[in-house]
Design a protein around this ligand. Sequence first.
Ligand SMILES: [Mn+2]
Length: 224
Amino acid sequence: MTAETLTYAIGDIHGCADLLDRMLERIEAHAGDRAKKLVFLGDYIDRGPDSARVIETLRRLQWRGPDDVVCLMGNHEAMLLKTLHEPGALDHWLVNGGTETLASYDAAGPEEIPGDVLDWIEALPTVHDDAQRWFVHAGFRPDAEVPDPDRETHLWIREPFLSADHDFGRHVVHGHTPQTRGGADCRRFRTNLDTGAVYGNALTAGVFSQAQGPALEFLRVSVR
Ligand SMILES: [Mn+2]
């Protein structure tokens, strides 16, 4: 194996299935004949119009290339799972976009979402690593061991992660906190790829090589 593998990490999708389709086309065209891995950073569901189709697309990709497609869990997937065990968690999820997710499954409640979908979500990892990077939905605690073992942190943290300028030993690639300036947030030790696709902004993918932690470049698709 001589050719370099490119890794494409994709930010928060939130039910924007059309943008995801267009991003996958962009990635295909960009990679050409080069080997590629895809890492999805979580928050596939909620708020946007077609969460069911986003999940279906991701599962099909994974089925075709199980070694080349990683789907991490986001806090929105975790919120959905929580409603299955805690009835009191339902309202919180619904007002955070769960209503749109249920509509996309034509479901009256989370228990009507197909069991194989819920099983798939339940099995999603919260951290992925390659030689150069950590991939996680939200981030790590700056003062924790590396990688931070706390799953709730992986799903939910904003501060102090975002302003810590902390070296975790490898570059951290994450989403979760939408960037209002439209572009990815590129810092010394981390890159935030959540560019607020569901708020009418772009869906962004970072293109990563085996040679360096930070992205080589970014691919963006948007409705505008
Ligand atoms: Mn999130």
